[in-house]
Design a protein around this ligand. Sequence first.
Ligand code: PMP
Length: 426
Amino acid sequence: MSRSETLYTEAQHFIPGGVNSPVRAFNGVGGTPLFIERANGAYIYDVDGKAYIDYVGSWGPMVLGHNHPAIRTAVIKAVEKGLSFGAPTADEVEMAKFVTELVPSMDMVRMVNSGTEATMSAIRLARGYTARDKIIKFEGCYHGHADCLLVKAGSGALTIGQPNSPGVPADFAKHTLTCTYNDLGSVREAFEKHPHDVACIIVEPVAGNMNCIPPAADFLPGLRALCDEFGALLIIDEVMTGFRVALGGAQAYYDVEPDLTCLGKIIGGGMPVGAFGGRGEIMEKLAPTGPVYQAGTLSGNPIAMAAGLACLQEISQPGVHQRLTELTEMLAEGLTAKAEQAGIPLVVNHVGGMFGIFFTDSPTVTCYQDVMNCDVERFKKFFHLMLEKGIYLAPSAFEAGFMSVAHSDEDIRKTIDAAAYAFSKL
Ligand code: PMP
């Protein structure tokens, strides 16, 4: 028995499913999850001493690679001053200034502890601001596990086949209208049915929780226009895309201005962090300046702020996103070419530092239904063949892949060679 197997067996006695977040259990691919000992740069090392080139990157935060020296140093320095004060600090001001500079649609920002908190709070704020109850989300998009958002959700919910979770009262879920990603007609229809009741649309600007689906050219501007027409707020959930697709997020990349933005992952440099922000007039409705309540014992935690600031400073250096995109393109082109040589039908979607691999006969994958038509069994085999060759992909056909700037050309070549081997075995 490997150490991972021993730990997994033990873990299942004490932790539901042996994991603290569902997709980690390898439900989507079968087999024993790897227990990780440490990570550095583009590599993670399991408890059995095997090294893997990592395309999960802690599900997004590790855009600079693991254990980046600037982040490590900042965290150690912060730890020496104390772990948490529950009172304001200078770093929180610096963080807010930095974020609002990088994302101009955000006049103000509030720090929270996860992406889930960010989206949950942004929706409460949108409802409070508009005095409306309904929200629009998209099938296959995941925005964390708040009740109203676990309706036709993606990511782990999709992987384990429960896009609607038990435990969410129907009375809550009825306020969530779900539309089809990249289909503006479905959104207009929802608005026309409830012209005065929709508080907001929440959208992943690049869908990254039903694998990776970029927006059609007219999709995000179309959502903006529909929100304006019907008096709803546009919330762009950049928890995954923020600082990854481009320095200013997907909203800069696609040139669309939301009313509110949600952030997470990269903004914490690997620490548990989220944030939401937007137009000042809306943000001032939050307590203590306004009536919409939102709070957090550890929000703006000094260690998390130190890690996040160091991360944002590093990724603001010229050329980082260009390099990230270049590496992702290199990988996408290599995988596509090898699949073609092997006669394996494959689509690779990618934007900036995120990508998605789809085993499908269809020439494109642009919506939830396209994703559902992919060959999940083939993905499972591919996943395990890649793992055997030392490549760690997300253990689900419904998750995006994440590149880091710590990946080298050589790492990408090794990954493409491993994929050529895997394709030959499928
Ligand atoms: N929004 C999006 C777009 C996400 O991808 C995620 C997590 N993958 C979340 C929200 C929730 O973030 P967290 O897991 O930090 O609660």
